[in-house]
Design a protein around this ligand. Structure first.
Ligand code: DGL
Length: 264
């Protein structure tokens, strides 16, 4: 059995690359729903339906553990999907998200005021606030919705994207935030740019640096899942739509092991 990664686009490859580097022995499959990107301004019902489709695809391709690397999908669908599809034929399967592990990391660092930079849908869902609210010692949370970045990043417009990320970090610094969560898979690509202007005053949380250890911990706690994982080091990518501009990212992240297009 493989570990599957679901994302609305290519951003989740950043998380997968980091996980596969940390735990190279396992087999991984990535499903990027590029035909339906962006999710960030879609309705909850549409995000739920698309995420479910992607997860079933990964289950049917032999993934017994699926990481919903997309913050937007994690925020809107995770609990519903965990409750509704992990039954009968899939009762031994597991679905994990990226928001709770990220919140835990910020809590451990005892941040006082954190800016969450994410898609409109993630911010509107209030999911980050709800997860922080479970802790008595918690930071004040400031959600900032940003819709321009995902299309820019997917089309390789790095300079424009970097400028926007910098503006957000500078604003967070001016608003006395001591932490900023890059709460969208795509934004992790710009963590270095963010750190340049964070000056060490604003700690930048990038999920590619958080999730690998969290998955390792999860697997150590769940031998019933780990014992079923295959160990041939295979990596596969399926995108629901392929565009030439994607080649750079797929090549950069998985040596271009691109399996094909899954028309939806
Ligand atoms: N990958 C998504 C996330 O992490 C955002 C991209 C989108 O809007 O589809 O939130």
């Amino acid at each position: 059995m493989k570990i599957g990664f679901f994302d609305s686009g290519l951003g989740g490859l950043i998380i997968l690359k980091a996980v596969a580097k940390h735990l190279p022995q396992y087999d991984y499959e990535f499903y990027g729903d590029t035909a339906n990107l962006p999710y960030g301004d879609k309705s909850e019902a549409v995000i739920l339906a698309l995420t479910k489709q992607g997860i079933f695809h990964l289950f049917d391709r032999g993934c017994s553990l699926v990481i919903v690397a997309c913050n937007t999908a994690s925020a809107e669908t995770l609990r519903t999907l965990q409750d509704s599809i992990l039954t009968d034929k899939y009762q031994d399967h597991r679905i994990l998200g990226v928001i709770i592990p990220t919140v835990e990391e910020v809590i451990e660092a005892r941040s006082k005021r954190v800016c969450v930079l994410a898609t409109k849908r993630t911010i509107d869902s209030g999911k980050y606030e709800r997860e922080f609210a479970k802790f008595t010692e918690r930071p004040e949370v400031i959600g900032v919705a940003e819709s321009r970045l995902v299309p820019l990043i997917e089309s390789n417009e790095d300079e424009a994207a970097a400028r926007i990320i910098k503006e957000h970090v500078i604003r967070a610094r001016a608003e006395n935030c001591d932490a900023l969560i890059l709460g969208c898979t795509h934004f992790s690509l710009f963590k270095d740019v963010a750190r340049e202007v964070g000056w060490g005053v604003v700690t930048i949380y990038s999920q590619d640096e958080i999730i690998p250890q969290k998955i390792e911990n999860y697997l150590a706690r769940h031998p019933e899942i780990t014992s079923k994982l295959s160990n041939t080091g295979k990596r596969e990518i399926v995108l629901t739509e392929h565009k030439p501009t994607y080649d750079r990212l797929t090549a950069e992240f998985l040596g271009g092991v691109y399996m094909g297009e899954e028309n939806q």
